[in-house]
Design a protein around this ligand. Structure first.
Ligand code: FAD
Length: 512
């Protein structure tokens, strides 16, 4: 039986978009959104929507997408280190104010016939409906109270989400090293003459700058103005001397939410309530809105809520988990970012793009030939090299001379006895387990080891993690670092070489 009354808990992007699509699919159904805040109260600043997301929104609801794109502003992506800038053109990356996005989604929901109920906090249990869509955000009380098998993993790094009242010409990633440690901003323009400034740092820097104390002194729902004033000094060059603005802005650690089940009885979770993915891949709003598309389709096509919820989860879970894994790698990369600020900006941009294994090197060479040309030159110790068609082969074929080595290419046979074998399987090279591997490696170096051969399982996830561990060994212990992997993953291994994660690679024997 099809539901006749649907209640949506939460008027964020996921809830509002789901409500509109559900109402469009079943006009006879009564759809209500319950949002605790007023229509124009929101947290945060701008959100970015990439080309792939826009294509999916276009297919589901072209009217809404048109208004979002009109309200947004397009920008390129840049990285700025040590006075040098690397730029990647992006034709369809749009930044839009969260307030504006919500206003558009509210308008379109009402136009479709959805009722909007603002200003009261509700519980899923008390809502009178056949189906309750719980889109109540990362802190979802529905998830906490229900039988969803929810878990929350808290990140090591700290971030602060603030803004500025001027339009940056492009999105920019810029690290700044202070006497307290390194802060990095991910900043991007959005509509209405404003820009988002997201600032990240590590725990040691955060404590050294006494932000643990300013955080304690900031009441809940207030802004940590002491941190904003300090960061205005740190990022004075990016801000052009202008102030940072806050909106319930305080230091936080990212919370990755996962759930064993996304539905229980008549209640189904959607968006941040069901899952989150680290903000550095800019996907929270995308995931919530793509969930809404899949849920509306499932409820329109299946007979009965239970079948629809099962279909929704079967469709969405693989895509969500894939993104969560990319986001996990991206989070680890940003949490360890200060270790890389010595790389030239173009090589750092390649490292950034390939950090999670999502952007193949040959594709990036087509998107940003100038950046890759400079990075190839930096890697090979020569002038910029326009990326050849087989850029992966080119990287692997570079000779390595110096430091007692004279090798014709970056691929070496296995089994050099001068190298210590590192075969520890660690999921997170920057964890306490990673610290133990580094400590053992230091002892081997002190005892005369020439370096390390990092070996392990031939699957892709393990190979990418080995590259991360190798990068840490290279930076903190030194010596020659060789990473083993299957020849089938030569593109990942070449990206690792170009990004400074390894000196050499060797093929896994017997792997395809
Ligand atoms: C620092 C940072 C940067 C980000 N940058 C980006 C980005 O660039 N691009 C991007 O796509 N995403 C970004 N995100 C993520 C994005 O903000 C969220 O993922 C997205 O808003 C999720 O949408 P949602 O509808 O699931 O939940 P939310 O937007 O959190 O909405 C939940 C709503 O439910 C309401 N609510 C909660 N409980 C109740 C209740 N009991 N009764 C009534 N109402 C209730 C809340 O008031 C809220 O309005 C970022 C997040 C962070 C933290």
């Amino acid at each position: 039986m099809h539901p006749r009354r649907i209640a949506v808990l939460g008027g964020g992007p996921g809830g509002l978009y789901a409500a509109r699509l559900l109402k469009l699919a079943r006009p006879a159904c009564d759809v209500v959104v319950h949002e605790q805040d007023d229509p124009d109260t929101t947290f945060g600043f701008g959100v970015g929507l990439a080309a792939g997301t826009q294509r999916r929104l276009e297919a589901a609801d072209p009217d809404t997408l048109r208004d979002i794109v009109t309200a947004g502003s397009r920008h390129d992506m840049t990285m700025r280190v040590g006075g040098r800038t690397a730029r990647v053109r992006s034709d369809r990356l749009v930044g839009v104010a969260r307030t504006e996005l919500l206003a558009i989604l509210q308008r379109h929901a009402e136009k479709a016939g959805v009722r909007l109920d603002f200003g009261s906090r509700r519980t899923a249990e008390a809502l009178d409906a056949d189906v309750v869509v719980a889109a109540d955000g990362v802190g979802s009380a529905t998830r906490e109270a229900g039988d969803f098998g929810g878990s929350v993993e808290v990140g090591r790094g700290l971030f602060l989400w603030c803004g500025a009242e001027f339009t940056l010409p492009d999105a920019v990633f810029a690290p700044v090293t202070t006497p307290h440690g390194t802060f990095v901003t991910h900043a991007y323009p959005y509509s209405g003459g404003r820009s988002t400034f997201l600032v990240e740092t590590d725990e040691r820097t955060w404590r050294a700058a006494v932000f643990d104390a300013t955080t304690d002194a900031t009441p809940p729902d207030a802004t940590d103005t002491a941190s904003l004033r300090y960061l205005e000094g740190v990022f004075a060059a990016e801000l052009g001397g202008r102030p940072l603005i806050g909106n319930r802005t305080r230091w936080q650690r990212f919370r990755t939410v996962r759930c064993a089940r996304w539905s229980a009885g008549r209640v189904v979770l959607l968006g941040d309530a069901a899952h989150t993915a680290h903000f550095s891949i800019g996907s929270g709003t995308k995931l919530a809105m793509e969930d809404a598309i899949a849920l509306a389709e499932a409820l329109a096509e299946e007979d009965g809520a239970a079948a629809a919820f099962a279909r929704y989860e079967a469709v969405r879970r693989p895509a969500v988990e894939r993104l969560q894994e990319l986001a996990r790698r991206s989070r680890l990369w940003w949490e360890s970012f200060p270790a890389r600020t010595g790389l030239p900006v173009e090589q750092l941009m390649v490292a950034y793009m390939t950090r999670a294994g999502n952007v193949p090197l040959d594709r990036f060479a087509v998107t940003a030939p100038d950046v890759v040309a400079a990075a190839l030159g930096q890697f090979a110790g020569q002038d910029p090299v326009p990326p050849p068609p087989d850029v992966v082969g080119w990287v692997l074929d570079r000779p390595l001379r110096g430091g007692g080595l004279d090798l014709p290419s970056r691929v070496v046979p296995p089994g050099d006895p001068a190298l210590t074998v590192v075969d520890d399987v660690v999921d997170d090279p920057w964890s306490a387990e990673g610290d133990a591997v580094v400590a053992a490696a230091r002892r081997h170096r002190a005892a005369g080891s020439a370096g390390f051969r990092v070996v392990g399982p031939a699957d892709r996830a393990a190979t990418l993690t080995r590259l991360d561990l190798a990068e840490r060994l290279r930076g903190e212990v030194g010596g020659t670092v060789v990473v083993e992997g299957p020849a089938a993953l030569r593109a990942d291994l070449a990206a690792g070489l170009l990004s400074g994660r390894a000196d050499l690679v060797t093929w896994t024997e017997g792997a395809a």
